[in-house]
Design a protein around this ligand. Structure first.
Ligand code: GCB
Ligand code: CA
Length: 865
């Protein structure tokens, strides 16, 4: 009998202990998913087929990347049968959605729980206690990502992927607990009204759910990073009142980008006997900071130039449904890049991101997706305010955050062109959002970001935040590299003239780069990795030299998916410093060289492994090409295949060597030194040496592919890195075009080579997007033999009818070719011909206009025997 009693008591004690603190678990696995409308979700309609999915999940992973315009925007249904663990009976049960895009309806056992959640990027919780039962429970979630006039974003340069794309969690608390199901899903608000090197005053506001009866206390314990208790205080909780605890810490360790020291605050609800009912943990960082229009940003009294990037939350082929590991890896790559500033754009992101911002010491700004234009109606305004409140409350305790941004380029759609009613709502939205920031959080700055002339926003009265950022694409969409410094200085001047106390932040700048495009003749808007490198070099020079630029963020850390965007890679905005699958581009290494405090050296173009070139001389054995090295040492030595090319000094962290490449594998090594430490980098390059004279005996002709109408090499990543070379005008003994001109897009803003038309039927868009128009001939001075000749063509943005005959060595091979009529416009077409050369005259391909103009996009020649 006694032993039974002991056993019962023991197990009771065990349960009590297990129940003491809140239970949180992810419930990501084993969901059934159906894409489409369901009229009656709870009828047992077996005809519908559900797919098993795991959260994070999006239903737009594929359709944003295909050739068809548009992507699915509608309902998606998730359901799951779940047993709530029995040990938690009589407890409070909640579901927490880190995010679902963008309207979410939750049902438990067929009963709708609360109101729809509006907005695709903020975290929310629902109390499901009254709907659950013993045994199986049916959780059903409807998510809808259709356009909605009342919800921002209304329009943006990113994709509105639908789904439950972040973790979903089950939270179980005792009836007495810190609030869970409130706007912003947060119950603890930590403030540090006084911070100095000698002392910190901390106040903690806690929101409790508790019965009227009973004595409860809120206990706050501050731990240092080594888990030592620094402070513990207890205060009596008053029914229906928030608890305020106050304490101070002497000689605090400060949080800063250099030393992001984090304390931890444990908040507990306890009773008289010390039984713990609920427990929450939050990071704490002690810092004070200040933005000054003239002196810049300072943290803990130390002035600090803010340099960093923006970040979106998607990944190639995964839409926005990323694992926490990818989120954290992104933050790690940014840390290794040397940044101290992050703009979380254009919406709140995964908690994993904020966790790492705190740990890595990134000065962070966070925003809501009020992008391009307003949801210009009463509901739209209210939804935007709620979204901002959720964002601020949920993320309140992240010491990394210094400013809340209410919107991005909200004048993209010019209000004065959208009518009076629109403008009224638009201006009110700006006003009420700025007020919301001030009401919600007096410890941080309010912020907004524009791209139009400062005076334009000024006139509308929407430069009403403490900080204003500018997105500027000088030397990309317009203007040239050499003017970047001047243009930025002028812009800074104009903004400070309007308001001398408003600090200037360059919230976006950048240019596109497709890792498949490489060139030694970079030009604006060619999407080459090399042009992007030069652009960032020019900007960084200017940014570091102009003191009034308080901070700057590269657009963007990574390439991201925009369904409607059509550049060289359709559906991808490739302004990233890493690709959409996180491969580093050259400019990433430039930032490392400029920003890192630890010794660093890198061969900037080491990601370009497959290269080719024309020998320097007739029958020559090498082709000399430039190699740029970046580093933070004084100088660097470069070796090619074991042979030193000597040392050169860095200038603005970059230096270029002229490197002779031979046929086959080449090893480049670079050796530098900083602070007495030797650092090295290497690259292996697979080089195809083309003879200068195609009839060379020592290096006989085998094969060549030419990206006609372009200065760029093109690497076909989907075809084992098959390499296309840049075009050239015909040179005797070699190859090239005769007649014609490069296709150019001539608009007011652009005069760039090629077009941005998305090409059907191929992944090699850049080959087809660049072409020679009005070409007369293409010539190869090759020896006798049998050859395979391949022509690639597409008719793009052409006027009228274009018909041509194509002849090879005077023989008609393609007669009356009307590309548009035969294949349709914007379609890539390529055809191979077998030809034999029986004399010393090589190959001449003639393009003869029958009507309109001739054209050619790419040409390949291979010697069969
Ligand atoms: C901007 C926008 C951003 C775009 C970017 C671009 O100014 O804020 O959303 O993606 O320009 O690449 O054009
Ligand atoms: Ca081309």
């Amino acid at each position: 009998m006694r032993s039974v009693l002991v056993l019962i008591l023991m197990s009771f004690a065990f349960i009590l202990k297990a129940q003491n603190i809140r239970h949180i678990e992810t419930i990501n696995d084993n969901w059934d998913f159906y894409k489409g409308k369901i009229e009656n979700p709870f009828s047992n309609d077996g005809s519908r087929s559900w797919e098993k999915v795991t959260i994070p999940h999006s239903w737009n992973t594929q359709d944003i990347l295909d050739d068809e315009d548009g992507y699915y925007r509608g309902d998606g249904w998730y359901k799951k049968t779940m047993v709530i663990p029995e040990v938690y009976e009589n407890q409070q049960v909640f579901l927490l959605f880190e995010a679902a895009n963008q309207v979410t309806t939750l049902y438990v056992n067929g009963k709708e729980i609360g109101e729809n959640h509006i907005g695709g990027y903020t975290t929310f919780t629902r109390d499901i206690t009254s709907a659950i039962k013993k045994g199986n429970n049916e959780i059903t979630v409807k998510v809808n990502n259709a356009h909605n006039d009342e919800i921002v974003p209304q329009s943006a340069d990113f994709s509105f992927f639908g789904g439950i794309y972040r973790d979903i969690k089950l939270i179980i608390t005792k009836p007495i607990h810190f609030e869970v199901a409130n706007l912003g899903a947060n119950a603890i608000f930590i403030r540090t009204p006084v911070v100095s090197e000698s002392t910190v005053k901390v106040t903690v506001q806690s929101k409790l759910v508790r019965p009227k009866k009973g004595k409860y206390y809120v206990q706050q314990t501050l731990f240092d990073a080594d888990y030592n208790i620094v402070k513990r205080i207890k205060s009596k909780s008053v029914f229906e009142k928030d608890d305020f605890s106050e304490f101070s810490v002497e000689n605090p360790k400060l949080w800063s980008p250099e030393n992001p020291y984090l304390y931890k605050l444990v908040s507990e609800i306890v009773d008289k006997k010390g039984v713990v009912y609920d427990r929450l943990e939050n990071p704490v960082g002690f810092r004070w900071f200040h933005f000054d229009a003239k002196k810049g940003f300072s943290i803990n009294g130390k002035s600090t130039k803010l340099i960093g990037t923006n970040r979106h939350q998607d990944f190639l082929g995964k839409a926005n449904a990323l694992s926490d590991e990818i989120h954290r890896k992104d933050m790690q790559l940014l840390k290794e890049m040397g940044i101290n500033f992050l703009r979380i754009a254009h919406y709140p992101q995964d908690p994993a991101i904020l966790e790492m911002c705190n740990k890595y010491g990134f000065i962070t700004t966070l925003e809501i997706p009020f992008v391009d234009k307003a949801a210009a109606n009463e509901a739209g305004k209210q939804n935007s305010v709620n979204m901002l409140k959720e964002a601020i409350r949920f993320n309140y305790n992240n010491p990394a955050i210094v400013a809340w941004n209410l919107g991005n380029e909200t004048t993209m759609k010019a209000p004065d062109k959208l009518g009076e009613t629109y403008t009224k709502h638009f201006i009110e939205t700006h006003k009420v959002l700025a007020e919301t920031i001030k009401a919600e959080d007096q410890t941080r700055y309010s912020y907004s970001v524009f791209f139009r002339e400062p005076a334009y926003q000024h006139k509308l009265g929407i430069r009403n935040t403490q900080l204003v950022g500018y997105n500027k694409y000088y030397a990309w969409y317009r203007d040239e590299l050499e003017d970047v410094d001047k243009l930025l200085r002028d812009l800074v001047k104009r903004t400070l003239a309007l308001d001398p106390d408003k600090p200037f932040i360059l919230s976006e700048y950048g240019g596109g780069a497709d890792p498949r495009l490489r060139t030694y003749n970079p030009t604006r808007f060619d999407f080459s990795v090399e042009y992007q490198f030069l652009l960032h070099k020019s900007y960084m020079k200017a940014i570091l030299e102009i003191p009034e630029i308080v901070g700057a963020n590269v657009w963007n850390y990574a390439d991201f998916q925009v369904e409607h965007r059509k550049d060289v890679v359709p559906h991808i905005n490739n302004k990233g410093l890493v690709s959409a699958d996180r491969k580093k581009k050259d400019a990433y290494y430039l930032y490392q060289a400029l920003l890192k405090k630890t010794p660093f050296v890198a061969i900037a173009s080491k990601g370009w492994r497959k290269r080719a070139g024309i020998a320097d001389e007739i029958d020559g054995q090498v082709a000399t090409q430039p190699i740029t090295v970046v580093g933070n040492g004084n100088d660097v030595e470069l070796l090619i295949n074991g042979k030193s090319l000597g040392k050169q000094k860095f200038d603005f962290s970059t230096v270029t060597f002229k490197v002779p490449f031979k046929q086959g594998q080449n090893l480049i090594e670079v050796i530098s030194e900083r602070n007495g430490k030797t650092i090295k980098d290497f690259a292996t390059i697979d080089f195809t040496l083309q003879a200068k004279n195609l009839k060379s005996k020592s290096n006989p002709f085998k094969e060549i592919a030419i990206n006609v109408g372009s200065y760029c090499y093109f690497i076909e990543q989907h075809n084992l890195d098959y390499l296309w070379m840049p075009d050239q005008a015909y040179k005797k003994g070699s190859f090239g075009y005769v007649g014609g001109e490069f296709l150019r897009t001539k608009t007011r803003r652009r005069n760039n080579i090629g077009t941005d038309v998305s090409i059907k039927g191929t992944e090699n868009d850049p080959i087809y997007q660049t072409q020679m128009i009005g070409i007369n001939q293409y010539k190869f001075d090759v020896p006798k033999g049998t050859y395979e000749l391949s022509l690639s063509m597409a008719e793009l943005k052409s006027r009228g009818e274009n018909i041509m005959d194509i002849l090879v060595n005077d023989k008609k091979v393609w007669e009356n070719l009307n590309l548009k009529k035969k294949y349709g416009k914007d379609r890539g077409v390529s055809k191979r011909f077998l030809i034999s050369v029986d004399d010393e005259n090589g190959i001449t391909v003639d393009f003869k206009p029958v009507k309109g103009k001739t054209r050619l996009s790419g040409i390949k020649l291979r010697k069969v025997n």
